[in-house]
Design a binder for this molecule. Structure first.
Ligand code: SF4
Ligand code: SF4
Length: 278
């Protein structure tokens, strides 16, 4: 089973839910942190990393000795990542989506591939949790290929919990795609509701069942609850504001370590998710 924990916006407690859910389940579970632009689940899980690999993506390299400047590569590329200008062919690596199309259409076989570094992937473990995350290279804008790489380490024999990037753009969709269930973490504020609606829209397009966790549930208004009722979205957990939770987060501590009574609540959340998939 794959549970993707997502939120329409950052700062809602998504990582707190993903990490504490994983730690509460404790065995036969893997946590994949797909927030590759700003991974932070490791700050709470404290894994021992035993593997680090550089992740690359192929981009075109032009042999100008063979190129006839016919322009077919530039005509094909919808991302404008390759263009024929005057007497040369320019490749904008950062715009390239590594589809290989230009290489396929080049009549002179003048295009080969070279590797462009996207970032690193690290694998580790702690307390029975297998932990994997990606770290995007500083300045790199293309996060979906690195997210795909992190997701490719999914072990079907285990429960997989995915900590998705915040937002509702391509990287989040990438992290949501393989999910059996999407757990949306939100807060009862106008901003929270606005972004929740976008996230629910994405889950509906992907046709993946979803449920809500309302964080700081006693600090806002009732509009998120009303929206959930109108959309038939189950509220699976409510986390009231508690200064001890905020303090644990700021220290990099797990809520279930500092307040062990929350372990039963996270296990109950897991049972509710399983029940909705049966
Ligand atoms: S590999 Fe695809 S995206 Fe990249 S330059 Fe070629 S056609 Fe464009
Ligand atoms: S398709 Fe090949 S030959 Fe034509 S401009 Fe591009 S690289 Fe040169």
């Amino acid at each position: 089973m794959i549970i993707t924990v997502a939120s329409g916006k950052g700062g809602t407690g998504k990582t707190t839910v993903a990490t504490n859910l994983a730690l509460s389940i404790g065995t036969n579970v893997q946590l994949l942190d797909c927030d590759v632009e700003q991974p932070n689940a490791h700050l709470f899980i404290h894994p021992f990393f035993d593997r680090t690999e550089v992740i690359t993506t192929p981009v075109p390299a032009i042999d100008m000795g063979k190129c006839t400047l016919c322009g077919k590569c530039g005509e094909l590329c919808v991302f404008k990542a390759i263009v024929v200008v005057a007497e040369t062919v320019l490749v904008f690596d950062e715009l390239c989506h590594s589809c290989g199309g230009c290489m396929a259409v080049c009549p002179e076989k003048a295009i080969t591939e070279k590797d462009r570094e996207l970032g690193i992937l690290q694998k580790g473990h702690h307390n029975g949790i297998e932990f994997i995350h990606g770290k995007l290279r500083v300045g790199e804008a293309m996060s979906p290929p690195l997210i795909k790489e992190v997701l490719s380490h999914r072990d079907p024999a285990k429960l997989t919990i995915v900590d998705a990037p915040p937002g509702t753009s391509c990287p989040v969709i990438e992290a949501m795609k393989p999910a059996d269930f999407i757990l949306l973490v939100t807060e009862p504020t106008p901003f929270g509701l606005y972004d929740l609606k976008l996230a629910v829209g994405a889950a509906k397009i992907l046709d993946v069942p979803c449920g809500l966790v309302i964080n700081r549930s006693d600090m806002g208004d009732e509009k998120v609850n009303a929206y959930a009722a109108a959309e038939n979205l189950p509220i699976l957990m409510e986390i009231p504001f508690d200064r001890r939770i905020a303090e644990a987060y700021s220290r990099g501590d797990m809520v279930v370590d500092v307040m062990p009574e929350w372990k039963a609540k996270f296990l109950e959340l897991f049972e509710k998710i399983k029940a909705r998939l049966n």
